[in-house]
Design a protein around this ligand. Structure first.
Ligand SMILES: C[S@@+](CC[C@H](N)C(=O)[O-])C[C@H]1O[C@@H](n2cnc3c(N)ncnc32)[C@H](O)[C@@H]1O
Length: 348
């Protein structure tokens, strides 16, 4: 029997998480990918039941990447990335907006304040939803943001067709078993004339599936981040078109010639911290920071303060950090392929 905690976490799915991949990632087969795609809900929930608190401790309440400017604080940069998306989408006060894969609501709270919109956040993870509601209440934004539990592959079962003015997804739809599936559902619930803005995790055009080291890198990023299958930027763009969106803008924001790369906080080099406040954030990603965190997790798990398997999920986060840095340095991977799609309104 799996222990289900009052906060929504389930012990067995945390414990099972790492079993979705071969121990040696060079032995991964098509069958392994297929199994993860079939069981995407278990893969994602196993990962986030284990990783959510670590993300909050090691990163922020916004579980996404951003570009960085010199001298810019870490959380200010995360907020700017959210503002950038909202501005690009043309969000206006009073709009009804859906946040797809809303995490613990960091972006929703920021965008609600920035754009004065009404937001519904959808997520399939109970533990994160509980935290999202708590933080949103504390922020005094409960009348502006509501959260619902649901699978973003089935949005049209949960929401009326043509009911949102805008939809956004930040570092979330990469978890979908198919992009056509999730983008198609988003298309259905958007009003005609409505806009969809997404920051997508993709392999770039430089990624070569016939190159074993490229393949291994993709599997490391999948394993480290709970992603059933990583796909290319071309596939994402085509999926948007296939479901009916007119792409108004698309750009790999990671391809900008930034002096401070998007992956700098993961490098764990405290000398790269951009403000005094950020030394601690960057230290947590250094080898000594990770040693302290992971030893503490091991002890808490032994004393029953964390679900069994949390330490193992934490270990996979180390693979995440290293592989994301490598993917960024080699430009084989981007966590910020921006697409702005429009559902065209019928002619009058
Ligand atoms: C990297 S986090 C990003 C969260 C949030 N967008 C942010 O930027 O803070 C990915 C989120 O997608 C959610 N997610 C993954 N698959 C989902 C699905 N099928 N339905 C709903 N949410 C999903 C996860 O639970 C997680 O909250």
């Amino acid at each position: 029997m799996s222990t289900v905690y009052s906060d929504g976490r389930q012990e067995k799915r945390v414990e099972r998480y790492t079993k979705f991949w071969q121990k040696d990632l060079t032995n991964e087969s098509e069958a392994d990918s297929k199994n993860r795609l079939d069981k995407y809900t278990d893969v994602v929930n196993g990962y986030y039941d284990g990783a959510t608190e670590l993300y909050e401790y090691g990163w922020a309440q916004s579980f996404h990447f951003s570009r960085f400017y010199k001298g810019e604080g870490f959380t200010a940069a995360l907020a700017r990335q959210e503002h950038y998306l909202a501005a690009h989408m043309g969000l206006r006060p009073g709009m009804k907006v859906l946040d797809v894969g809303c995490g613990i609501g960091g972006p929703a709270r920021e965008i609600a304040r920035f754009s004065d919109v009404q937001i519904v956040g959808i997520n399939n993870n109970d533990f994160q939803l509980g935290r999202a509601r708590r933080y949103t209440e504390k922020a005094g934004l409960s009348d502006q943001i509501t959260y619902v539990k649901g699978d973003f592959m089935k949005l049209s079962e949960q929401f009326e067709a043509n009911s949102f003015d805008a939809v956004y997804a930040i570092d979330a739809t990469v978890y979908a078993p198919t992009w056509e599936g999730v983008y198609g559902e988003i298309f259905k619930v958007l009003k005609p004339g409505g806009v969809f803005g997404v920051l997508e995790w993709c392999l770039t055009d430089a990624w070569d599936p016939s190159n074993p080291s490229h393949k291994e890198l993709a599997h490391q990023i999948e394993f480290g981040n709970g992603i059933p299958e990583l796909r290319t930027l071309k596939v994402a763009r085509q999926a948007m078109k296939n479901v009916g969106f007119q792409i108004e803008h698309d750009e790999d924001l990671a391809a900008r010639p930034d002096e401070i790369p998007w992956y700098y906080p993961l490098e764990g080099d405290i000398w790269k911290a951009q403000t005094a406040w950020d030394y601690f954030t960057v230290w947590r990603m250094s080898w000594s920071g990770k040693l302290v965190t992971h030893t503490a997790i091991r002890a808490m798990e032994l004393f029953g303060l964390l679900p069994k398997g949390t330490w193992e999920v934490g270990e996979s986060l180390k693979v995440a950090g290293d592989s994301l840095v490598k993917g960024g340095q080699t430009k084989l991977f981007t966590p910020m392929y921006l697409m702005i799609g429009r559902k065209s309104a019928p002619p009058n």
